[in-house]
Write a protein that binds this ligand. Sequence first.
Ligand code: SF4
Length: 269
Amino acid sequence: METFNVVGASLEEIAAAISDMGEPSYRARQIYYGIYRRLLRSWDQFTDLSKDLRKKLEQRLTINYPSMRRAFVSHDGTRRYLFEVAPGQYVESVYIPEKYRDTFCISTQVGCAVGCLFCATGKLPFQRNLSIGEIVGQVLFMKADRCPTFGRVNVVIMGMGEPLLNYDHVMRAIGLMTDPRGMAISPRRVTLSTSGVIPGIRKLAEESVIPARPRFPLPKMLLGEDGILLPTCSRQSGGFALRHYRCGAGHAYSDQQKVEHRSPARSLS
Ligand code: SF4
């Protein structure tokens, strides 16, 4: 019988699977809360469900996190995790402890097709996009491992891979992270970093993921027939925003908005 992984599944998807088993919908909410808020990793830990139901769930639904192979610990408490997401396919995530807030840096692809010259990942061949469960599973794993109580966390999507080249899975993973019924991470605490994938940034703007009144007027920076980000930001301080886009665009913008040529990346359009 085919099993369904609840790590990466939405409440609605879990509800559909539960309904197929003839169970009431409130069970889906218990499971969703157990996976994403209580960080439970086996059906045995769902002590709020009857033993019979747990047995049924075990046969139909799985709880699969990415497999952690090694953790490298730094003197300041920073931990780098090596996950094997499929035989021979590895990604890394980093946990950075801070006084008032912990930060999780996560990956979105195995390898990367962009190939920024300064980046070690850019030298690896691109293998595949991570699934929603593999993306969100990195946060769940690190949270369960380092800080099981739901404290204040940042998620930075800056690990292996270009997130906007895995747009749909990344957006759905962010939806799970910020869902108040589950992980409830503040949307303001989730940062996506891109090398400058123009179609992806445009899509973000069109889908209103970028706030109507962003701190920096991002869409104004996207113009240019050659697909290169232009320093048209009207605020002097816009250079801070532009810096995030310099590697993929093949240019660097200083705080004075002076253009310097840096390592060219492969075309993203
Ligand atoms: S897009 Fe990011 S992961 Fe990919 S090569 Fe550039 S810096 Fe590295």
